[in-house]
Design a protein around this ligand. Structure first.
Ligand SMILES: Cc1cc2nc3c(=O)[nH]c(=O)nc-3n(C[C@H](O)[C@H](O)[C@H](O)COP(=O)(O)OP(=O)(O)OC[C@H]3O[C@@H](n4cnc5c(N)ncnc54)[C@H](O)[C@@H]3O)c2cc1C
Length: 368
């Protein structure tokens, strides 16, 4: 085995959106950063996701999730513009709006909106087709959040990968972290099949695998894989205007006409797979919303492992008892939406700065 030793101020483990944005933010603060990825950059959950920059039904999530999404939302257009200018790759930030079908503005919605004000329009059933012309008949009142946007996450991943390269961040793909190096309750780096990497700060952004990576010395980190399957139609641009949500399922229109239909929630371990049953389910749900999709082919069907955490609130911050070891993990269904804010919060905490929200909510409280 080749035994190479590398060192930096900070090693980031995991090359999904969370790891890449964390590495980029750390490097922009002047730290030297190495990013280690067991496969290729942005090939797991961050590639598989839908890219909606909002929870599907925002008021059903803890305020701690909304706080991160709310910070990210106005920062995404600038991030996309910066990445386009820097790399030539357009992550296609698009303000499609989020249309929730069969949804009344009840007390829960009102209470949420008073805590997190934003434009929200009630769309009467009789006027639904004016808002979304090809939507199926028969739905009741809808709620429209016109400011909700999406990002084309595989493109965001490609742009970030190029940005890291341009910033001179040491990215090592096909480099699996096999263990942490800890002495006197302080992290010293990581071990990999390619040798040791030394750093006084290590950030675990390993998505669904984060608990495995830190199992020694920190067992019981509450992050577990939750599989999600999606399908994709090749439709003409404009067939669908908004991100549409109904009964846990959703459609996302890309600029070029692709329509993504998601998704399943399956607790089947680390095995990534697609099934005919899920394809039939997602097709059925998609056609219930947009019957016109039946004229167009399904051109993609994939799955990804979300980093599941109980209530969807990620673990961000230094691990109590192991100085220099940080988590940025467990973003479950909203990691794209929370990613820029999570990177900001991580970096502010690491540098001892005040941040935009109370970091205590996210500090890893781990079983002892
Ligand atoms: C079907 C589906 C739809 C989704 N839709 C949305 C959406 O619309 N909006 C939204 O906000 N979120 C969505 N999500 C969730 C979102 O994709 C995730 O929350 C987010 O991508 C998590 O990012 P991550 O970087 O933590 O994880 P990942 O992207 O999984 O990255 C973790 C990386 O760590 C690497 N790694 C693991 N172990 C090691 C090791 N030992 N050594 C080195 N590297 C390692 C992995 O290879 C991986 O590349 C969706 C997810 C799925 C599956």
């Amino acid at each position: 085995m080749e035994d190479r030793t590398h060192s930096a101020d900070c090693v980031v483990v995991g090359g999904g959106l969370i790891g890449m944005l964390s590495a980029r933010a750390l490097a922009r603060e002047g730290l030297t950063v190495i990013l280690l990825e067991q496969g290729g950059l942005c090939r797991e959950s961050s590639w598989a996701g839908g890219g909606i920059i909002s929870p599907l039904v925002p008021w059903e999530y803890p305020d701690a999730v909304t706080a991160l999404v709310r910070w990210s939302q106005p920062h995404y257009p600038q991030l996309a513009a910066d990445l386009l200018a820097e790399t030539g790759i357009d992550p296609e930030w698009t303000q499609s709006g989020l249309l929730l079908l069969d949804c009344e503005p009840d007390a829960e919605v009102a209470a949420w909106q008073s805590r997190f004000p934003c434009p929200l329009e009630r769309v009467m059933a009789s006027r639904l087709q004016e808002t979304e012309p090809a939507i199926a008949d028969g739905f009741g009142t809808a709620l429209l959040l016109p400011e909700v946007a999406q990002i084309r996450n595989p493109r965001l991943g490609r742009a970030l990968a190029r940005s890291l390269e341009l910033q001179g961040i040491g990215v090592h793909e096909q480099c699996r972290v096999t263990g942490l190096r800890v002495a006197d309750d302080r992290v010293q780096g990581v071990n990999t099949a390619q040798g040791r990497f030394t750093a006084g700060r290590v950030v675990i952004a390993g998505g669904a695998w984060s608990a495995q990576i830190v199992a020694s010395p920190v067992p019981g980190v509450p992050v577990e894989p939750v599989l999600g399957q999606m399908i994709m139609y090749q439709a003409p641009p404009g067939l669908l205007r908004h991100i549409v949500v109904h009964d846990g399922y959703y459609l996302i229109p890309r600029r070029d006409g692709l329509v993504l239909a998601g998704s399943t929630l399956e607790r089947t371990g680390f095995q990534k797979h697609t099934t005919q049953a899920a394809r039939a389910l997602l097709t059925g749900e998609a056609l219930k919303l947009l019957p016109g999709l039946s004229a167009y082919p399904v051109v993609g069907h994939w799955s990804g492992l979300r980093p599941g955490s109980g209530d969807g609130v990620p673990l961000i911050g230094e691990v109590p008892g192991v100085r220099g070891l940080f988590l940025n993990a467990g973003h479950f269904r909203n990691g794209v939406g929370m990613a820029p804010a999570s990177a900001r919060l991580l970096v502010d905490g690491m540098l001892g700065r005040e941040s935009f929200t109370d970091p205590a909510v996210y500090v890893p409280a781990l079983p002892v």
